[in-house]
Design a protein around this ligand. Sequence first.
Ligand code: AHG
Ligand code: MN
Ligand code: MN
Length: 341
Amino acid sequence: MVNNVTLTQFIIEQQREYPGVSGAFTLLLNDIATACKQISHRVNRGNLIGVLGSADSENVQGEVQKKLDIITNEIMINSLNWTGHLAGMVSEEVDDIITIPAHYPKGKYLALFDPLDGSSNIDVNLTVGTIFSILRCREGVDPALEDFLRVGSEQVCAGFVLYGPSTMMILTTGHGVNGFTLDQDIGEFILTHPAIKIPEDTNEFAINMSNQRFWEAPVKRYIEECLQGQEGPRGKDFNMRWIASMVSEVYRILTRGGVFMYPYDLRDPSKPGRLRLMYEANPMAFIIEQAGGACSNGRERILDIKPQSLHQRVPVILGSKNEVERLVSYYQDADKPASSS
Ligand code: AHG
Ligand code: MN
Ligand code: MN
């Protein structure tokens, strides 16, 4: 007999096993799933409904917005602000904290999201996604900045939805990582990839090589050694991928291992990295660690970084444990005082 486990069934059963997971949390996840189904539908319809192309506007980070950046942001906010499960939100596309309208009840969670990750890929019909992070909020308060600026290790849940050949949700509540595929016919996410684990070793790396001349020495050393392949110190050949869509890269790493790097570079001293801590690096770090991988900025575990601002950027190195640890050790070597070397 076929017995498909839906996302809702999975969360309710997990709730029974780990009583800390509340009914309100199950409902919040359902709200997010509903929003992502709407996004999936829009992304899939593409130019049939005129949603591709630029919007002639910039977000808070000075990036040109795609029409779908704006549409997906509105879908997320409008699907989550009335349900009574959230006390506030943060989005890549919105400068300040998003408050819950006064006529709606407030819940005990905070949601932080990148409504459309990899949006430069949307017009070329490649996989994009939505990334989300859930924090618990002090009850009965209007959340202030400090309620959001919490270390990643305090996340109660993180996930992302991929809009690719299949629409998939990858989810962790701190008890491993599970993958669900959207069955378009019945409109439900079905558990298809239980207990995802990342292989500890890999011979595949992902980095935007066009920034090579701006990298710090440890990253230059690591990549140079990979490129030397079998003849070099690593004694094996490496493969390279760069999709420019973090959701796709992370999903590939969850599936077959690998290391993803968007390291610090010297292009613009005001930007200590490309990716944003609160709604890109933190949720991905939680997922990667829960799947047995590692995630660092080179010098510190991502989940230990104390955030300073909502849209702060960080260098990111994540994926197969042994490779991330190797690169981190190259940073340690480079940071040693000259006398000790
Ligand atoms: P977003 O579309 O939300 O701005 O994020 C894009 C991110 C990430 O998904 C990807 O890894 C990286 O930016 C690509 O950057 P480059 O274009 O510099 O390679
Ligand atoms: Mn993004
Ligand atoms: Mn985005």
